[in-house]
Write a protein that binds this ligand. Structure first.
Ligand code: MOS
Length: 693
């Protein structure tokens, strides 16, 4: 199929770098070894709040092979970054435990680690407040959450709820969650005079370049950022992280190329996490199931370094028709590590709570949960009233129900037994906004009849370079194997990050435009440059979101408390699917992450210490092969002309949205017990009231 003109878009093309990756030839940031390269190891703050009063580096510097130890003010000469998490080694202040207070540099990683451990740091500790956020006196309503109002209210939600014939008032809790990509945050930095080159693990190299140029006071042309292969990010590499600043600083300080691969155990405090949320949902309804009031109130926390609000209540502005709505957030700044993006920030925890509450309402009404959702389908976007550019959530629910075998489901909970196992099925809807940002790209026609597309996109394991080649081949009208893509280098045309499920839409738009012009106007020369500024970021009169539905079947072991997911199905309506193979991988990968969110993943913010005890993959349990059942992901054909020229919506995040609710709803169907706090670990299952039978 790669040799056929016009068949490129939508085809299940294999990842172009697949062979390089499985043979180990693909190089990641820490694997670049310029001559003389040395290694850095951070020293994390051992207090939750306070000030470094002294650093004794003598024992560390006495170790053979140690080059330097950077101390709390060694970065004082850099320009202040906008992102407070990058303001490392600028002052002796410690805003949270784990904050980098010194950095050892040595010939080998082992020596650097030993040196870091030999550094003696004295602190003047201050009392800290690590929450909990719930009921905290400092909680405030943020004005803005990811560019949306923190609070949206219409109708008279309190009065409508009070007057509702059927009322549900429930509170759901999601713990802190950590991204933990396989490749840790890592950078290799070297200076050549006043030129800085970094090989770094990032979802957006264009931003890394501008941030480094700003902090090191260099023109952007003197900073090169290479991120050819990235071993996952899940949001935690969406913005530059301290590793890139520290590596560049250490390289300048020592005059040697420096690699800093953040130790896994230090990542939870410096690379961001999904902040915990407490979500109160109040649903008022007519006895027939139509909503009369929907109130979604989220309490969450942030650090003293940055205000980051996990915008979990936003989904309630999109999903269901209701004459009265309250969707609001409260946030508390605490002396804790800084939360940040994690796959479907807002939507993932928000839809866990909303879709669990909707299931509770269905249960209370004796209505099928698929039918209850269909009944409350809005005609326009509930908050704002814009028409949807396309919305096929009902089709996803219906198609999913058909494939899953939902018809004839006995709604009674707690009655299906298999020895000590209780069995159940559950459903939840999914949604994720369509986001797109301006990008540039070039397309070049080469004398040998091949084409090269250049764009500083980030392929974080999604298959970006492959799908961009497909978009190019389609626009050029040539076979896929005639197109080469170059991504992941700051010499390439600037592009936005791989985040918000917007990468393919944003980059693809520019690639499409460059290639379409090259094909239509060969007389303009062999290279065409496109810039989608003004188009990609133009306001749309439409509400643009992807939708989906998740179905789960679980077995709950009443003896051990273990929950096994037996089947998981996702059906999506996400515009045009541009690569059937890599898209399926995005969906199923996110569903597995949703399974982890439901059953195993959690961090605990220890109030005494102000950080997370679950600091490695032995304590933070991501699903492994044996946890993952048959997973099926598919989509319905959706044609939407109000998106980008390819007609695609984002697909990277929606798979994690609603999955945990579908699993939790299945657990209720199995056991008759409503668990309202994630994850559904055996201790919680066993502590619940006795199981029937
Ligand atoms: Mo995603 S959390 O927007 O990288």
């Amino acid at each position: 199929m790669t040799g056929t003109t016009g068949a490129a878009l939508g085809a299940p093309a294999e990842r172009r770098e697949g062979r390089q990756k499985v043979t180990g030839a693909a190089r990641y940031a820490a694997e670049y070894a310029p001559p003389g390269r040395v290694h850095a190891w951070p020293v994390p703050a051992a207090v939750a709040r306070g000030r470094v009063t002294g650093v004794d580096t003598s024992a560390a510097l006495a170790l053979p092979g140690v080059l330097a130890v950077l101390t709390p003010s060694d970065a004082a000469g850099l320009a202040a970054p906008e992102d407070g998490t990058l303001a490392v080694l600028r002052t002796p202040d410690v805003p949270h435990r784990g904050w980098c207070v010194a950095l050892a540099v040595a010939e080998t990683p082992e020596t650097a680690r030993a040196a870091a451990r030999a550094v003696r740091v004295d602190y003047a500790a201050k009392p800290h407040d690590a929450g909990p956020a719930e009921g905290h006196p400092d909680a405030y309503e943020p004005e803005d959450v990811v560019g949306q109002p923190g609070r949206v209210e219409y109708g008279d939600p309190e009065a409508a709820y009070a007057a509702a014939e059927v009322r549900l008032d429930v509170t759901y809790r999601v713990p802190p969650l950590h991204n933990h990509p396989m490749e840790p945050h890592a950078t290799t930095a070297h200076w050549d005079g006043d030129r800085l080159t970094v090989y770094t693990s990032t979802q957006g190299g264009t931003t890394v370049r501008s941030v480094l140029a700003g902090m090191f006071r260099l023109p952007e042309e003197r900073v090169t950022v290479v991120a050819e292969h990235v071993g996952g990010g899940f949001g935690s590499k969406g913005t530059p992280r301290p590793d890139v600043v520290l590596a560049a600083l250490a390289a300048r300080h020592t005059g040697r190329p420096v690699t800093l691969a953040y130790p896994r155990r230090y990542l939870p405090t410096v690379a961001g996490h999904r902040a915990p949320t407490v979500q109160r949902l109040r649903l008022g309804a007519h006895p027939d199931g139509r909503l009369t009031a929907l109130l979604h109130e989220v309490t969450t926390q942030t650090s003293r370094v940055n205000e980051f609000v996990e915008h979990a209540a936003v989904v309630s502005r999109v999903m269901y028709a209701t004459p009265s709505l309250l969707s609001t957030h409260r946030v508390v700044p605490l002396d804790v590590p800084t939360p940040s993006w994690m796959r479907a920030p807002g939507e993932a925890p928000g839809m866990y709570a909303l879709e669990s509450a909707v299931d509770e309402l269905a249960d209370a009404l004796g209505t099928d949960p698929v039918e209850l959702r269909v009944l409350n389908e809005p005609r326009t976007e509930p908050a704002g009233g814009k028409p949807f550019s396309s919305r096929h959530v009902v089709e996803c629910l219906r198609e999913g129900a058909r494939r899953f075998g939902w018809a004839g489901r006995d709604p009674r909970p707690g009655i299906r037994r298999e020895g000590p196992l209780l069995l159940g099925t559950g459903v939840a809807a999914a949604t994720y906004p369509v986001q797109v940002a301006p990008s540039t790209a070039t397309a070049e026609a080469r004398p040998d009849g091949t084409f090269v597309v250049r764009i500083n996109a980030a392929d974080i394991g999604t298959g970006a370079r492959t799908v961009l080649a497909q978009i190019a081949a389609d626009a050029l009208g040539v076979p896929l194997d005639r197109v080469r893509t170059e991504v992941g280098h700051s010499d390439l045309p600037p592009a936005p990050l791989a985040g918000g499920s917007s990468g393919t839409a944003s980059w693809g738009w520019a690639v499409h435009e460059a290639c379409a012009r090259l094909a239509a106007h060969p007389e303009e020369g062999p290279t065409v440059r496109a810039d989608t500024t003004g188009k990609a970021d133009a306001d749309s009169p439409y509400a643009r979101h992807a939708f989906g539905a998740h179905f789960a079947e679980v077995a709950v072991d009443t003896v051990t408390g273990e929950i096994r997911v037996r089947r998981l199905l996702g059906v999506y309506a996400a515009g045009r699917i541009l690569n059937a193979r890599t898209a399926r991988s995005q969906f199923t990968g996110a569903m597995i992450m949703g399974l982890g969110m439901a059953l195993t993943e959690h961090s605990t913010l220890d109030p005494a210490f102000g950080d997370f005890p679950e600091a490695d993959l032995a304590a933070y349990h991501v699903p492994v092969q044996a946890d993952v059942p048959d997973i099926e992901a598919d989509w319905i054909d959706e044609h939407d002309s109000h998106l980008n020229p390819m007609g695609s919506k984002g697909i990277g995040e929606i798979g994690i949205v609603g999955t945990a609710a579908a699993i939790g709803n299945a657990v209720h169907h199995a056991t008759g017990i409503r668990f309202r706090e994630l994850p559904l670990t055996p201790d919680r299952i066993l502590a619940a009231p006795p199981y029937q039978g």
